[in-house]
Design a protein around this ligand. Structure first.
Ligand SMILES: *Cc1c(COP(=O)(O)O)cnc(C)c1O
Length: 432
């Protein structure tokens, strides 16, 4: 279909993420994608700086992933998971259990990151019901956090930058801590633990779990914090009988330079949540990992089971491609790729630091962030990036890169140069 017609129909019928309907800006039409590049309908190629929101770490159209999903398609695309099992799910679960730290060897599959977070939260509530402590029915989360868009997940997102303001009357009420005060790379200050200690001291008896993104807070502000926070949070959770839920949907599978971001602190959560890069960005799939002991406590409670079971649970296509993607992770190419990204992002984005309207440039693993002093002028920046041959999608004050691990050095340089040039050319609309 010709592009004009396609965009016309898109504008009439299709509602895009976090966008008004009808849309304020025309989207870019992508025809295909290979490696770290997107091919547009007009023949232009864009270097991908977003990995399709953290997911496409191995690149688009990876031969091993294409082969895995095609082979599975010849067997079956889907079958229900109640009372039935299949090789793709079993082998993926075994693989994930092998990758995750002990004792996280039990896997519950979910349809997406947000749904996996819902499952993790229900698991925590049901755990305490199983222990005869149903009053532990609140969560504790960090300001600046992001955990998804469904109602439960939204209720633990940052109450200001998240959507609380709009849904305040609808959302369940949980407790919040300030975001961890000591950034990654700064000198540790024990004062940073006081808000957590005080909140647990006061409300620990009604708190089921602390929910956090380890080390890197993603969509809530791309903030990197000190691993000591995580270490001490683990200890405080144990002391106050509160579970720790680590949302590694964005950070998992090497993005921060460790397989899981929890490894920066050497801690093991009670519940580990994975998504995004789990399938190499091929299909939507989430996984919630926990210990046999926690699973048994949940299962011994009232209803005798975890109260969750989506229609497309453990979809065989998703599991098969995820298994191939996790196998690529296990082969360990990321151990060279991510440090290479980190060095190139650090060097390539450094010139932004000199710009008067840049507040901070920060890089960790395969994540590069340029924080402006005010909101990025998206309406001008987005087409300028496309014009420059790159796909970068700023949000709020942030212009950030998290390219596929497989991106070549030349493309990576070009990507950074484009960010430096366009950020310089388009200062924030308003300061502050
Ligand atoms: C993207 C994301 C989610 C939500 O995942 P979806 O697949 O978009 O539902 C949850 N937590 C974190 C940290 C994320 O980055």
């Amino acid at each position: 279909m010709d592009v004009i017609r396609l965009l016309e129909l898109d504008r009439r019928h299709v509602w895009h993420p976090y966008a008004p309907m009808p849309a304020a800006m025309a989207p870019v039409v992508v025809r295909s994608a290979r490696g770290a590049r997107l091919q547009l309908a007009d023949g232009q190629e864009l270097i991908d700086g977003m990995a399709s929101w953290w997911a496409v770490i191995h690149g688009y159209c990876h031969p091993a992933l294409d082969a895995a999903i095609t082979a599975q398609l010849a067997q079956m695309a889907h079958v229900m998971f109640g009372g039935i099992t299949h090789e793709p799910a079993v082998l993926l679960a075994q693989e994930l259990a092998g990758l995750a730290p002990d004792p996280l060897s039990v896997v519950f599959f979910a349809d997406s990151g947000s749904v996996a977070m819902e499952v993790a939260m229900k698991m925590a509530f049901q755990y305490w019901m199983g222990r005869g402590r149903p009053e532990k029915c609140r969560l504790l989360a960090l300001r600046g956090g992001y955990h998804g868009d469904t109602l439960g997940a939204m209720s633990v997102c940052d109450p200001v930058t998240g959507m609380h303001a709009h849904f305040a009357r609808i959302l369940p009420q949980h407790y919040f801590l300030p975001r961890p005060a000591v950034p990654w790379g700064a000198a540790w200050d024990a004062v940073a633990m006081e808000p957590l200690r005080q909140t647990l001291d006061r409300h620990g008896a009604e708190i089921a779990a602390l929910v956090l993104e380890p080390i890197v807070q993603g969509a809530g502000g791309m903030y990197f914090y000190h691993p000591q926070f995580l270490r001490e949070a683990r200890a405080l959770c144990d002391a106050f009988e509160v579970l720790l839920i680590a949302d590694e949907i964005a950070t998992g599978f090497g993005r921060t330079g460790r397989l899981f971001a929890c490894e920066h602190a050497g801690i093991v959560p009670d519940i580990l949540v994975l998504g995004k890069a789990l399938t190499g960005g091929y299909l939507t799939l989430g996984a919630v990992l926990t210990s046999p002991a926690l699973a048994e406590t949940v299962s011994a409670g009232g209803p005798g089971c975890l109260m969750h079971g989506p229609t497309f649970m453990a979809n065989p296509l998703a599991c098969a491609v995820a298994r191939a993607a996790v196998e690529l992770v296990r082969q360990g190419g990321w151990r060279q790729e991510v440090p290479r990204l980190e060095a190139a992002l650090r060097q390539g984005l450094a010139p932004c630091q000199e710009l008067p309207h840049v507040a901070e440039v920060r890089v960790l693993g395969g994540i590069g962030v340029v924080e402006l002093t005010g909101p990025a002028p998206l309406a001008a920046l987005q087409p300028a990036f496309v014009e420059a041959g790159v796909w970068v999608r700023p949000f709020g004050r942030l212009v950030y890169l998290m390219p596929p691990y497989v991106i070549g050095d030349t493309d990576l340089r070009h990507l950074c140069q484009a960010v430096v040039a366009q950020v310089a050319a388009y200062p924030p609309a308003e300061a502050g």
